[in-house]
Every structure is written in structure tokens, then in C-alpha cells.
Design a protein around this ligand. Structure first.
Ligand SMILES: [Zn+2]
Length: 136
């Protein structure tokens, strides 16, 4: 039964993709609604490759420029549904690399600070040496 539900979701998203190419595409939205209802009834997740094709708020099939606006903001891709206004933020890079890079940059930032902290002490010693002949 789960297998049948999965193939039904595949079929419905295939139909939605074909229907979404048409200029007004009311059937594409309907296919998304049906696919999602099949998923909830048989406790089957919508595959991740299909999850970017529709709005999770109003179930409208997303066509770039017509029903969705995609923008790059920092490290995220922000997709705004033009039907209901729901915003979906997707990180551009996986979390493992994104969390690893700041740690390296902090380490690189600490090295110049320690070098700068050592330099003034050398200058102070030189200044003290230069200052001693004036005292005599
Ligand atoms: Zn929407």
C-alpha cells in the first residue's frame, strides 16, 4: 500500500510538471493537493526532489516568475510564493561545511592579534633602551 502511494505521488507530480508548463495551470495546483493528501493518508513523505516544486502553505505548483520569486540572500535562497506570500529559506551549502568554516576563520583571526600583542613589548624595550642615555 505504501508502494502504491509512492507511485501515485510520482504520477501526480509528473502530471503537475506537464500541466505547469501551460499558461494558466489550475490543474497543476490540484495535482499537488492530491499528491499531498495521498502522502498524509498513507503516511508517506513527499520526496525531497518534489518538495521544491510547490508551496507548503497553499499547495500551489511553483513556476519561476509566475507563482514564485527566488532570490539569493547571504547564504540562503529565499523563495516567496506569489499566491499566498509564504517564504521558504533554503541554505545554499550543507550545514557541516558552513559550521566548520567560521571556526577556521576565528583561529586565523587570533594569530595576528597575538603577533600584535608581542610587537608593542619589543618597542617598549627599545624605547626604554633609547630612553636610558637621555637620563644619564
Ligand atoms: Zn503559497
Amino acid at each position: 500500500m505504501v508502494q502504491a502511494a509512492r507511485s501515485r505521488i510520482d504520477d501526480l507530480f509528473g502530471l503537475a510538471m506537464i500541466e505547469g508548463l501551460k499558461r494558466p495551470a489550475p490543474l497543476a495546483d490540484r495535482y499537488v493537493v492530491l499528491a499531498r493528501s495521498v502522502g498524509t493518508r498513507y503516511n508517506v513523505r513527499i520526496p525531497p526532489e518534489y518538495r521544491e516544486l510547490y508551496c507548503r502553505g497553499c499547495s500551489s505548483y511553483w513556476t519561476e516568475g509566475r507563482t514564485v520569486r527566488s532570490r539569493l540572500r547571504g547564504a540562503h535562497r529565499v523563495r516567496t510564493c506569489l499566491v499566498c506570500g509564504r517564504v521558504q529559506r533554503t541554505p545554499l551549502r550543507p550545514r557541516a561545511t558552513a559550521s566548520g568554516e567560521p571556526a577556521e576563520s576565528v583561529r586565523l583571526g587570533e594569530v595576528p592579534q597575538s603577533m600584535l600583542a608581542e610587537e608593542p613589548t619589543d618597542l617598549d624595550e627599545e624605547a626604554a633602551e633609547l630612553g636610558s642615555p637621555d637620563e644619564e
